[in-house]
Write a protein that binds this ligand. Structure first.
Ligand SMILES: Cc1cc2nc3c(=O)[nH]c(=O)nc-3n(C[C@H](O)[C@H](O)[C@H](O)COP(=O)(O)OP(=O)(O)OC[C@H]3O[C@@H](n4cnc5c(N)ncnc54)[C@H](O)[C@@H]3O)c2cc1C
Length: 388
């Protein structure tokens, strides 16, 4: 294959795709256009980089099953002559908690996960107290704990490993901003850069993360993906608490260990688009700290050390990825809208989009339920377990 694939955005999605294209077809010409090679605002550099099996949509569970296998093997898979990347994968599980209100939903979702083969177990109040003595269970009825395949890793290290290996395999990274497209009927013939130069292409791929809607609009495509700010709080707590999985509270916050400290976050109640990437410090005192101290009494003596903010690329249609070609522009492909679970999906979505480009169809895992066509057909595939 001698045609050129142009990938817009070199975050974890664009770099995973560049890696898979050049791995599956070494003669494939790939150009990744990235306007910010330091990744100062990219979600991939600002992510909490955690992976779970506990989704409500079967296709997401299948992606996670394949993804954890890739991540466990990433050091070998992404090794180069001079580098063996360590993505610091820690499989300490997720713990979803429910009070009286959420219990039926948690049990229903658990049944879906079991059917899909997830290694998850339900714990009643006594079980929660026994395993996690640091938890206030007074207003809880049930918890769902992932026994394997869930945890967290170094997302920036994964991004760098994909990009480095993709380059070694022949992908070209260009530091520029995509400002337009040259269209030829129902095809994208070229990608136009900020200096006016054009890169002709056989395929263009939108991997622009939270900015994907703007990139799509340059080709006249409407994409319901919005940049929603999320603050991650780094917290120190003097009380040792082990084991400590990634905890999802019924009030909506999440928290997990990060080295000797913790990181936590939640979905803001006024979730507006395109806010500046400055952390919302006020929300820690006003809302998060009281909620944390209620669930984990040791956090009464916790201290906020610092915080950062990044964008979720939120798919407002159904909170799931939007993958593959747009029906009116067949060679313009999308890998967008991950709504807070893109880091863990990148290894498998990258492979899937590479398969579409190289073979015209998914050959390993069928991701067609996540196709762009569901939006035009108004067939939402709602993911209910969206965190933070
Ligand atoms: C606070 C936070 C916590 C998260 N936690 C998790 C988690 O626990 N687990 C999980 O799986 N996911 C998580 N995510 C989501 C995950 O990080 C993202 O889904 C993933 O990183 C998206 O990768 P991307 O490559 O699509 O986007 P990005 O990493 O944002 O990359 C897009 C790139 O496109 C470039 N770009 C944009 N427009 C143009 C243009 N016109 N021309 C050239 N370049 C352009 C940008 O500069 C950027 O580098 C979290 C995200 C945030 C913000």
């Amino acid at each position: 294959m001698n045609d050129q694939v142009v990938v817009i955005g070199g975050g974890v999605m664009g770099s995973a795709l560049a890696y898979w294209l050049t791995r599956l077809e070494p003669t494939c010409k790939v150009t990744v256009v990235e306007r910010d090679p330091a990744y100062t605002c990219a979600s991939s550099a600002l992510s909490a980089a955690s992976i779970r099996q506990q989704f409500t949509t079967p296709v997401n569970i299948r992606i996670s099953q394949a993804s954890i296998a890739f991540l466990r093997n990433a050091a070998d898979e992404l090794a180069t002559d001079d580098d063996k990347p360590d993505i610091l994968l820690r499989e300490h599980g997720y713990l979803y908690l429910a009070g009286i209100d959420g219990a039926a939903q948690l049990r229903a979702v658990h049944a879906v996960q079991k059917t899909c083969g997830s290694d998850v177990v339900l714990l009643d109040r006594a079980g929660l107290e026994k395993q996690f003595g640091w938890l206030n269970t007074a207003d809880l009825t049930v918890g769902s704990l992932g026994l394997s395949g869930e945890g967290w890793f170094d997302g920036y290290a994964l991004l760098m490993a994909f990009a480095r290996k993709a380059r070694k395999q022949g992908a070209r990274y260009v530091n520029a901003e995509v400002r337009g497209f040259g269209l030829d009927g129902n095809r994208v013939a070229a990608v136009i850069l900020s200096d006016g130069s054009r890169i002709s292409c056989s395929h263009a791929v939108n991997a622009a993360g939270p900015w994907a809607r703007r990139v799509a609009a340059l080709a006249g495509v409407e994409l319901p993906v919005f940049a929603r700010r999320r603050t991650v709080y780094v917290i120190a707590c003097p009380t040792p608490m082990k084991p400590f999985p990634l905890l999802i509270d019924p009030t909506g916050f999440w928290i997990r260990p990060e080295g000797a400290k913790f990181i936590a976050g939640f979905a803001p109640h006024d979730d507006v688009d395109d806010q500046p990437l400055q952390p919302d410090y006020g929300a820690f005192e006003d809302w998060l700290w009281p909620a944390l101290a209620h669930r984990i009494p040791a956090f009464e003596s916790a201290r906020l050390e610092r915080a950062w903010a990044g964008y979720f690329e939120m798919n407002a249609f159904d909170h799931n990825a939007i993958l593959g070609p747009h029906e009116s522009l067949q060679n313009f492909l999308f890998m967008n809208g991950f709504s807070g679970h893109g880091m863990q999906q990148a290894p498998i979505v990258g492979r899937a989009i590479a398969e579409l480009i190289l073979h015209g169809r998914y050959t390993t895992l069928d991701l067609s339920p996540l196709s762009f066509a569901r939006i035009a057909g108004n067939r939402p595939l709602l993911e209910e377990n969206v965190i933070g």
